[in-house]
Design a protein. Structure first.
Length: 87
């Protein structure tokens, strides 16, 4: 009887462990959305690149604080600025 209980506990533990790992693999693509988008053709991204390069050339620290109505535009600008700044 004792051996059956150990086997049952081992089977449950393995099942939970494998199920949790599978859930992480399935959920991973959904958690990564929005981090590595290609904004290169976005106008606000290009504006950010230009201003980042200009600030870098003149040794300024983010001289123009831009705020956009759309979150997507704000992210594109900031990503472009960082690219232009060389970060």
């Amino acid at each position: 009887m004792r051996m059956n209980l150990k086997n049952w506990v081992l089977a449950v533990t393995l099942g939970i462990g494998l199920g949790g790992g599978a859930m992480q693999v399935v959920a991973a693509p959904f958690q990564e959305q929005g981090h590595d988008q290609d904004y290169s053709k976005n106008k606000t991204y290009q504006q950010g690149v230009r201003e980042g390069q200009d600030d870098h050339a003149h040794n300024r620290d983010h001289s123009k604080k831009r705020h956009f109505k759309k979150d997507e535009d704000q992210k594109a600008y900031e990503q472009g600025y960082q690219k232009g700044r060389g970060n």
